[in-house]
Design a protein around this ligand. Sequence first.
Ligand code: ADP
Ligand code: TRP
Length: 321
Amino acid sequence: MRVLTGIQPSGDLHIGNYFGSIKQMVDAQKSGETFAFIANYHAMSSGNGGEKLAKLTMQTATDFLSLGIDPKVSTFWVQSDVKEVLELYWILSAFTPMGLLERAHSYKDKTAKGIAANHSLFSYPVLMAADILLYSPDIIPVGKDQIQHVEIARDIAVKFNNQYGDILKIPEFQVQEEVQTVPGTDGQKMSKSYGNTVNIFGEEKKQLKTIKKIVTEAVPMQEPKEYKECNVYNMAKLFLNSDELLELQNRYTRGGEGHGHFKLYLADVMWEYFKPYREKRDYYLSNQDEVREILKEGAKKAQEVALPMIEKIRRVTGVKY
Ligand code: ADP
Ligand code: TRP
């Protein structure tokens, strides 16, 4: 079974990204064939570009490798290193009714947020369809916001196959229902766009400062405290085993400690949890050439799958004459 996913290089990774998505991808490596790429062309559609995009692409690749994407097991590459995807994007455009794109929520949401309504933002789902269909994956793990994009890819594939036969594999999406939404420092969903993130990598002091900002109830030190709705508890529980979790619950209910104590505990637990990943990251940061080499090898592996597919498509569509 082949699982495929794309990640936009859009900024510093936070613990919401880790528990909501990255950890799933790392764990998926145990059970199937995983294809993961950095969607740098997609990032351009929201106005990212230039030196910043190049830097974020390397940073995201470095972070994913540090967090457990294993290039020996996964095919891991940068989208723009396999140009065939752009050819397929154009070919699929001819199978994409305007109405299908006009109904896409993501375009409407992004323009409502003030992102310029350019063509790449509008045709984003067609490029995503090309990303998927070029590699014939079985499953695309997605957050709820990406379901419609996979449905669009399926619609486009069906239309193409209706004309040219059974060429494109119709992908299935898999929604990660069980993945909880990780709260941010203000209690809303943790997200870069809300400025409420606790980042995975960063200086210890800065991280502690962020954790100290987490919004909590005002309850006198001696009194028992609620843990179920507490943002500090809900972040801490991601890192704890069941015994540690029980112990933390007891500390809340027995009173005598303030939220400040729980915040210090969260900072410690998180710092320890990511320690091996930080060490790996330090290694990759001082060996960026090795990261580039891994990405180059990954692109080669991805291309081995992409080339026979695009050749077949060129033939049936008459692009090859
Ligand atoms: P952001 O909202 O910070 O821009 P992205 O939209 O780039 O994050 O999300 C990348 C991945 O991380 C997606 O798969 C998304 O489902 C997951 N993710 C992001 N924030 C959270 C969160 N607060 N809780 C759980 N998963 C999250
Ligand atoms: N649109 C996805 C996101 O913003 C990223 C992405 C691009 C993707 N191409 C993909 C995800 C192909 C899965 C499959 O999260």
